[in-house]
Ligand binder design. Structure first.
Ligand code: FES
Length: 374
């Protein structure tokens, strides 16, 4: 008498793709051998098309010879490399049609080394394409869920552990432990919050360019300041700036402060560049610059890294942190990256002695856009 397999009772059994027996359940879903759903055992891989080398031994032998020939080419080239290395004089030259005179040693060593590597590479690729198995397969893995017995055992062990520690019978310990652990997070949170410091809020709208120190409670009155080369702390004449150059500048007097130099520097740092005037595409830049010299905040408007890379051919300023790129010919407009607004421009001019000076402070807050600004 045929006994029906209890796992397939009431189900239609069909052969699956080499992964055990596929079963169609009464509800229309399929499971593969071992109870694995068929979408995993047969996920729709393309039908394998056998290659010539899979079908006939002659084709396989031919492929084997081709692979061996490529590897042999590599062997010969490497032997020649060694020979040329010792025999060809380092100063010897040779005429190569179409190119001219070349160093014979470099030429012979380069060619043989290239052929040696090419032979190995092509041989390996040809071997993989003709003889190595190329059929895509699905590898089943066991179910990740633990068995019901294991799960029940873990639960009972946890309960047993709780009982043996008497926490279930000692509510005083239970509640005081809960309170201690819960409150323990408070000092950690306070320290994390405290170490991050205050958000700058409106302070990014005021910089040393406004006329002096810009700390809390200080509202400087604007005065024109010379642009000082950083770190030399020397004033710069417009005639000192050559086309294509970029100079890091700070406002006059900032480096002479007794306190808060770093804080002021972090907001007031400026990049000075000179472009051919005809390259400048914006009227604002022409009005706010001086004979092709323009000044921009060095603080990236994404999250505040110093923008330090100037590409003089394209006139792009690049922030190294997340690659925000600003086009200096177009008011430092963002042309790539996560920054959301242009770098703020500092309006400049020259004084009676020809030194570059600020003509007004920044008209907008410097630095990242996500902080509240005034
Ligand atoms: S800080 Fe400049 S791109 Fe992110």
């Amino acid at each position: 008498m045929n006994e029906q397999d209890p796992t397939t009772a009431g189900r239609e059994v069909t052969p699956s793709s080499g992964h055990g027996t596929a079963v169609r359940l009464d509800d229309g879903h399929h499971v593969g051998g071992g109870g694995i759903p068929e979408r995993f055992t047969n996920p729709g891989l393309p039908t394998h098309v056998p290659r010539m080398a899979d079908l006939t031994e002659e084709a396989a032998a031919r492929a084997e010879k081709q692979v061996a020939a490529l590897f042999s080419l590599s062997i010969i080239a490497t032997v020649l490399f060694v020979v040329f290395y010792f025999l060809v004089d380092i100063d010897q030259t040779v005429f190569v049609p179409g190119i001219g005179m070349m160093n014979a040693s470099h030429l012979s060593l380069g060619l043989t080394l290239a052929l040696g590597m090419l032979g190995i590479g092509l041989g390996a690729v040809h071997w993989a394409k003709t003889l190595m198995p190329d059929e895509e397969v699905v590898e089943d893995r066991h179910p990740m869920r633990a068995s019901d017995e294991s799960r029940a055992r873990v639960v009972s062990e946890l309960k047993g552990g709780g009982e043996s520690s008497q926490i279930t019978r000692r509510p005083l310990i239970k509640y005081t432990l809960g309170g201690a652990l819960g409150l323990f997070a408070v000092p950690l949170l306070l320290q994390v919050g405290g170490s991050m410091g205050k958000l700058p809020q409106k302070s990014l709208s005021l910089t040393f360019w406004n006329g002096g120190p810009s700390g809390p409670g200080e509202e400087p009155t604007f005065k024109s300041m010379r642009l000082m080369k950083d770190p030399e702390n020397e004033p710069i004449k417009a005639s000192d700036i050559t086309i294509g150059s970029v100079v890091h500048v700070l406002p006059e007097g900032l480096l002479d402060l007794e306190h808060g130099v770093l804080e002021e520097k972090a907001k007031a740092a400026v990049l000075l560049m000179r472009l051919e005037e005809e390259k400048i595409q914006s009227q604002k830049e022409k009005d706010w610059g001086y004979q092709g010299i323009v000044a921009y905040s060095k603080i990236c408007t994404h999250v505040g890294c110093p923008v330090g890379l100037y590409e003089q051919q394209t006139h792009h300023l690049l922030c190294p942190c997340h690659q925000s790129t600003f086009d200096v010919t177009q008011d430092c407009k963002v042309i790539f990256g996560p920054a959301k607004r242009p770098l703020p421009q500092l309006k400049i001019t020259v004084d009676d002695e020809g030194y570059l000076v600020s003509a007004q402070p920044f008209r907008e807050a410097v630095g990242p856009s996500f902080w509240e600004r005034g």
